[in-house]
Design a protein around this ligand. Structure first.
Ligand SMILES: CC(=O)N[C@H](C=O)[C@@H](O)[C@H](O)[C@H](O)COP(=O)(O)O
Length: 267
């Protein structure tokens, strides 16, 4: 078995945990993200997804499972590992798989997706995961030579609605139409949803926010309590006079999405 096949086998049917903190957030530190990765591996993660060369380097030194690395530049347009230079830096930092934007949009360095993937393959042994926004992105990514395709950008480009939970319809389509392994990623918020992704045909499931983003998770609970207090007010309970706070949690909710439908079975 080649090293690439071995990585794909390691991922099969497993949970990949994405350990990312966003600019300005309290947990934004390579040391913290690498410990988060360690904790995830102890819990059964078969691989880690991490962002930025500094985090990737430390995660690589800390855990022995394969790592899917990316480098986010901003949060608009093509922002996931947008250029070949970013992709090569991710590989240099130690990622066995590099996740890149796999949409059909033009890339800031003027290279096509195919040129980018070919150059990564020519210059390294890393696998390429294409983060797609819809079926046509995914098919184009496979044609361009991607080794893995993710549903990562579904709901973050104009072509698909942002579902509350994973985009199972798309995941099913990808699994039915692609010959490369499909990673379900994006808004997988409960174990049941993760299971549903595998049932829809995903090769593996990537979970970020619901495991590694305490600010978002806290806001899900806090919002639920606030809703109760509003109900109490209507029933004549104690007035709170408070509005939900704004701040990084709200900012992140752009990515984190609403409260999961249900938490049962998560203990
Ligand atoms: C759209 C985008 O920028 N996605 C990023 C990709 O790396 C991360 O912000 C997500 O946390 C990751 O995809 C996992 O998804 P979720 O956090 O929903 O489980």
């Amino acid at each position: 078995m080649t090293a690439a096949q071995q990585i794909i086998e390691t991922l099969r049917g497993g949970l990949v945990v994405s350990c990312q903190a966003y600019p300005g957030e309290p947990l934004r530190s390579p040391e913290i993200m690498s410990r988060m990765a360690q904790a995830a591996v102890l819990g059964g993660a078969v691989a880690i997804r991490a962002q930025g060369p500094d985090d990737i380097r430390l995660v690589h030194q800390t855990v022995s499972v394969p790592q899917i690395g990316l480098w986010k530049i901003g949060d608009r347009g093509v922002f996931i590992t947008p250029t070949l230079a970013h992709a090569l830096a991710v590989v240099d930092a130690g990622a066995e798989v590099v996740a890149i934007d796999g949409t059909r949009r033009s890339r800031p360095d003027g290279l096509t997706l195919q040129q980018t993937i070919e150059a990564i393959h020519d210059r390294s042994s890393a696998l390429v995961m294409a983060d797609a926004g819809d079926l046509d992105d995914a098919l184009a990514s496979q044609d361009a030579g991607a080794d893995l395709v993710g549903s990562t950008l579904a709901g973050y480009t104009p072509s698909r609605p942002r579902t509350n939970g994973p985009d199972l319809e798309l995941i099913g389509q990808l699994a039915g139409r692609l010959s490369v392994p499909v990673l379900a990623e994006g808004r997988v918020h409960t174990p049941q949803q993760a299971r549903a992704c595998l049932d829809a045909g995903a090769h593996a499931v990537v979970v970020g926010t619901a495991i590694t983003h305490p600010t978002a998770i806290t806001s899900w609970f806090a919002d639920a309590l606030t809703a109760d207090r509003r109900l109490d007010n209507r029933r004549g309970g104690p007035p709170t006079g408070e509005q939900p706070q704004t701040g990084p949690a709200d900012e992140h909710r752009i990515l984190a999405q609403p409260v999961p439908d249900q938490f049962e079975g998560t203990a």
